[in-house]
Design a binder for this molecule. Structure first.
Ligand code: 3AT
Ligand code: MG
Length: 335
């Protein structure tokens, strides 16, 4: 395997456990915030079902995948039969209904890549987006949430990585860096690859959950309560894992040839995916396979400029975790 550099981690790495966990704790949303999100969802359900009785609403994204910070917006998916032909009409109608019920800042963005209605609820103070029939996102939200139940170190690692990415300005897909969804997949993959493994590969196990979404079969083992303690043979601490994550992306990942794949729990080659050359806007400079939409590379937003920014940030983070006297401050310094 390709190894640019392999270093042993600093001797005092475990002194970083407590301060890193304190940062994690400070980012977790409080119970009452989750209750308010549920309250807003119930209000939206009431409004929607008056007009479309058979429609359903689902929370997805960080408010439902257990990787959400406190004070995040909520992402809601409206499922409704036959809306795909006239999504814009449904969104405009929905925007009218919301306005009539006194929701604020209501705006239908019908031409966006993922068309949505934006809203703010003056009662709870929560903002959110509603999209239509984006069922794959609802299913990948469940997959992430199920992984998070298996070992708490996933949630801790992903919170720190997301916090780092937001602080350093590398969580902006419109600027060619990666989505939060991509970072969480990178964390899951990383924990699947530890030896002993900290996470299993749920899609490689017996199917206990199966749905067909837009002709994609989404099947995996979702009885995760039976997997509690799976990673207990691996005693690595959160500080060691944060160090390992950044070192992996700074020095060990083979950007020229490798695709990380949560679906298989392994690394695939770009050649087998036919991701070796630029097609249209997809450059495949860092490759992260979507667990269900297999032709979808979450790294496709990355261009030849932003790949440099990303790799420099991974190297900066790895160096800080290795040598800096105060990594818990330095890692998250605004760029
Ligand atoms: P934040 O806390 O809002 O940063 P998030 O988990 O809500 O993180 P995103 O806003 O990036 O993540 O995306 C919202 C959800 O939409 C997450 C995932 O279920 C889905 N999603 C996002 N990007 C993709 C993608 N490229 N392909 C498939 N699903 C995606
Ligand atoms: Mg979000």
């Amino acid at each position: 395997r390709y190894m640019k550099r392999q270093v042993a981690c600093r001797g005092d790495i475990d002194s970083l456990n407590a301060p890193m966990l304190a940062i994690y704790e400070s980012l977790i949303p409080a119970e009452e915030e989750m209750a308010k999100q549920k309250q807003l969802l119930a209000l939206l359900e009431k409004i929607v079902c008056k007009e479309w009785p058979e429609a359903r609403l689902y929370l997805y994204g960080s408010c439902a995948n257990s990787f959400g910070f406190s004070k995040s917006d909520i992402d809601v998916c409206l499922t409704i039969a036959d809306a795909d032909t006239n999504k814009s009409e449904v969104l405009l109608k929905l925007a009218d209904l919301l306005q009539l019920e006194n929701l604020q800042n209501v705006q239908a963005l019908t031409r966006a890549r993922v068309p949505i209605v934006k809203l703010m609820d003056p009662v709870t103070g929560i903002s959110g987006d509603i999209c239509i029939n984006n069922v794959l996102a609802v299913v990948n939200t469940k997959l992430l949430r199920d992984y998070a139940c298996i070992d708490v170190r996933l949630r801790q690692l992903a919170f720190i990585v997301k916090h780092w990415a937001k602080s350093r300005g590398v969580n902006e897909t419109y600027q060619g860096t990666l989505s939060s969804y991509a970072y969480v997949l990178m964390c899951i993959h990383f924990l699947q690859q530890r030896r002993p493994a900290i996470l299993p590969c749920l899609q490689g196990m017996k199917t206990t959950y199966c749905v067909n979404v837009d002709n994609i079969e989404c099947a995996y083992f979702d009885q995760v309560e039976n997997l509690f303690g799976f990673g207990s043979h691996n005693g690595e601490s959160i500080a060691q894992l944060i160090w390992g994550f950044f070192s992996y992306w700074a020095y060990c990942h083979d950007y020229a040839n490798d695709v990380i794949s949560v679906r298989t729990g392994t690394i695939l080659s770009k050649r087998t995916k036919d991701w070796t050359r630029r097609i249209g806007n997809d450059r495949h400079l860092i490759c992260i396979e979507d667990p269900f939409e297999l032709s979808h590379d979450l790294g496709r937003v990355v261009d030849k400029y932003s790949i440099r920014v990303l790799r420099e940030e991974f190297e900066r983070a790895a160096e800080i975790m290795q040598y800096d006297p105060n990594p818990c401050v330095k890692l998250f310094e605004p760029y």
